[in-house]
Design a protein around this ligand. Structure first.
Ligand SMILES: CC(C)(COP(=O)(O)OP(=O)(O)OC[C@H]1O[C@@H](n2cnc3c(N)ncnc32)[C@H](O)[C@@H]1OP(=O)(O)O)[C@@H](O)C(=O)NCCC(=O)NCCS
Length: 154
């Protein structure tokens, strides 16, 4: 069985260009969401070691925009596996500004959930992980576990 902490983290850097800005002249939320989904997908695929054909996104959740990002900034997004289900896998993504020396606040973070599919149907991915060991990994695991139990209770 794998340790969740040892699954690959995937990092993607983006230069925030004019085409990425909203009417306030700062990074457009939709573009940020696109980048979060993208790095989430790459992280899920790296963890599951499967073909891109076998992964679909089912949920973009808990995404917070805490600080605006100006044009010209370099944004670094890092995805890590947050939760592993039977056929689903949730990735936690943090976006930070490369040149922000203080790095006190993460401008955006959020979760993306993917499902392993075959012939269009959810299929077990067969990745099994041990219970997380670090406090940070435990917190994000529990966050998703609680969300799942609320959804199942509906
Ligand atoms: C992926 C899909 C086939 C899953 O079908 P489904 O009938 O919901 O599957 P199930 O109910 O068997 O759920 C399978 C797993 O996905 C999880 N899941 C399904 N929908 C979910 C959602 N919206 N949020 C979080 N988890 C979800 C379930 O909790 C379950 O997890 P587990 O196996 O780890 O316990 C279907 O939801 C689908 O085709 N969605 C569209 C995907 C897509 O087009 N994405 C691109 C978006 S533009």
């Amino acid at each position: 069985m794998m340790k969740i902490e040892s699954l690959p983290r995937v990092t993607a850097s983006h230069l925030v260009k004019s085409v990425d800005l909203n009417h306030h002249g700062t990074l457009y939320a939709g573009r940020m969401a696109e980048w979060v989904v993208e790095v989430g997908f790459m992280t899920a695929r790296a963890a599951l070691e499967c073909s891109p054909q076998n992964i679909v996104c089912v949920r973009l959740h808990g995404m917070d925009f805490r600080e605006s990002v100006d044009g010209g900034e370099t944004l670094v997004l890092e995805g890590r596996t947050a939760y592993v289900g039977r056929s689903s896998l949730t990735v936690y993504v943090q976006a930070s500004k490369l040149h922000d020396r203080k790095k006190e606040r993460v401008p955006t973070d959020g979760f993306v959930t993917f499902v392993h599919i075959k012939d269009g149907k959810a299929t077990p991915h067969e990745l099994e992980v041990e219970a997380p060991e670090t406090e940070e990994a435990q917190q994000i695991w529990m966050h998703i576990a609680n969300e799942r139990s609320k959804r199942q209770g509906k």
